[in-house]
Design a protein around this ligand. Structure first.
Ligand code: SAH
Length: 455
């Protein structure tokens, strides 16, 4: 016999919000049955209508807020609700810091049974206008090209002039490039019939250097009036260092295609994190919030607590960002990364900084590191910075066997962090502390660094 649910569709009930989901929806529980209700904040009391019930959870609509959270604010962005890129603009920054801290602590306890010290979230003094990269889908309206964002849960493009989490200069560059392409009759790509041309405009800007890269992503190899468009971009944008053409002729949501060529200027722009210099190409992964990246990497460095004698492995090293930070304080650093292009960038970045005690290898961390271990290459300290799905179990098992005296775990997903910390704890490690760092203000994302020592 099926269990009767505590609520039915169309019920109107009074609830208290307890939590937020990863997409910023409020969560309330009725006799343990979770209801997801957009726009509610923890602590708020409200009247809601149940709009859908599933076996294990349901959805509701907010009818009336009866008691507001002291942290509720008006979202400053006029397109906040349609866009969906941010989820927390209706929560004050102080409230965001608290919710992220609580989320990390709850997930560590619930999923990993890890009861460790979780420090308060390190936030930004100015939690707006932080992104160094804009990727704008292009569409058409009667007046010509528009570009902005896909309306939530649709592929309808809405025009956007300003994005409040984007560096202001990027907004201005996107606008200019849109206007220039429009003037020369560039047609927007049309997803429905796979015709037209300009799919995305991407802009990257070095926070410290101010250098700008513009990437035009088109369906075909040809751009109409290419030379005139390039000239106008160069004449109108003084900080431009690089104009890149990327061709993507596939029917896909993936933004960039395989062919990338320089139309004008350099192949890369440069930027600094602390005093380490990075060359960034159109395709390479580079953290989007450089100010907080520095905070995050400094924390990783502090947790590694290097004395200069250590061999360090940096697994999932990307373009070598953390590796180069660590190399200045370690004897030798070995970075591993699955994307060959990223390893090329990592090697170039090592040269650029005159750092010679680093080695980079292409491959899966869970294959390369066990192979090193079999050959007798061990690390005193191991740093991991995996993608959202966390570390592969084969890598965790190798860590447990290799027994580096310290593990520093940088994570963009508290749930997989908790799962992996449990494996490491069962294998003899102790999580001393966890530091959440807010790399993505106004969104639900939270980055963490954890310090583990061998018991
Ligand atoms: N530490 C870097 C990159 C972190 S992002 C930085 O801070 O910039 C995670 C990286 O892991 C990506 O570069 C991704 O390409 C890489 N990656 C994903 N799966 C991997 C695997 N199985 N082995 C090694 N690297 C992997």
């Amino acid at each position: 016999m099926s269990r009767t649910l505590p609520v039915q569709k169309n019920d109107i009930i009074d609830i208290v919000f307890e939590d937020l989901t990863h997409d910023g929806s409020g969560v309330a529980k009725v006799e343990g049955y979770p209801l997801f209700i957009p726009n509610g904040l923890p602590g708020e009391k409200a009247k809601v209508k149940v709009v859908k019930v599933n076996k294990n959870y349901g959805f509701g609509r907010l009818l009336e807020l009866q008691e507001k959270s002291p942290y509720r604010v008006d979202a400053p962005c006029p397109i906040y609700k349609e866009c969906g890129g941010c989820q927390l603009q209706h929560l004050s920054y102080e409230g965001q810091m608290q919710i992220k801290h609580k989320h990390v602590k709850d997930v560590l306890t619930r999923i990993g049974k890890i009861n460790t010290l979780v420090h308060p979230t390190i936030g930004m003094s100015e939690p707006w206008r932080y992104r160094n990269k804009a990727q704008v889908p292009i569409g058409e309206q009667e007046g010509g090209l528009i570009g902005g964002f896909y309306q939530q849960r649709s592929h309808q493009i809405i025009n956007m002039e300003a994005c409040l989490i984007q560096q202001e200069e990027n907004d201005a560059v996107v606008k200019q490039v849109k206007e220039i392409c429009n003037k020369y009759g560039v047609k927007a790509y049309n997803e429905a019939n796979h015709k037209g041309d300009l799919r995305h405009i991407m802009v990257r800007r070095g926070l410290i250097t101010g250098e700008i890269m513009v990437v035009l992503i088109t369906r075909t190899n040809e751009i109409v009036h290419k030379n005139k468009i390039v000239d106008e971009i160069v004449n109108n944008i003084p900080s431009i260092k690089s104009i890149i053409h990327n061709v993507n002729n596939k029917k896909t949501n993936v933004i960039m295609g395989d062919s990338t060529k320089v139309l004008w200027g350099e192949e890369t722009i440069t930027d600094y994190i602390g005093d380490v210099k990075f060359a960034i190409s159109a395709r390479s992964f580079y953290q989007v919030n450089p100010e907080q990246t520095k905070v995050l990497y400094n924390k990783a460095l502090e947790y590694a607590d290097l004395k200069g004698e250590e061999n360090v492995i940096d697994a999932y090293c990307g373009i070598g960002t953390i590796s180069l930070f660590l190399a200045k304080k370690a004897k030798q650093v070995f970075g591993v990364e699955i994307v060959p292009q990223a390893i090329e960038d990592a090697k170039r970045n090592a040269e650029l900084n005159d750092i010679h005690n680093v080695d980079f290898a292409v491959g899966k961390a869970e294959e390369v590191i066990p192979a090193w271990y079999k050959k007798g290459n061990e690390a005193d300290i191991l740093v991991v910075d995996p993608p959202r799905k966390g570390c592969d179990d084969a890598l965790l098992q190798t860590i447990v066997e290799m027994k580096p005296k310290k593990v520093v775990y940088v994570s963009c997903n508290p749930a997989t962090l908790a799962r992996d910390l449990r494996v490491l704890e069962d294998g003899g490690y102790q999580t001393l502390e966890v530091q959440p760092v807010d790399m993505f203000p106004q969104t639900m994302h939270v980055e963490c660094v954890a310090q583990l020592i061998l018991n």
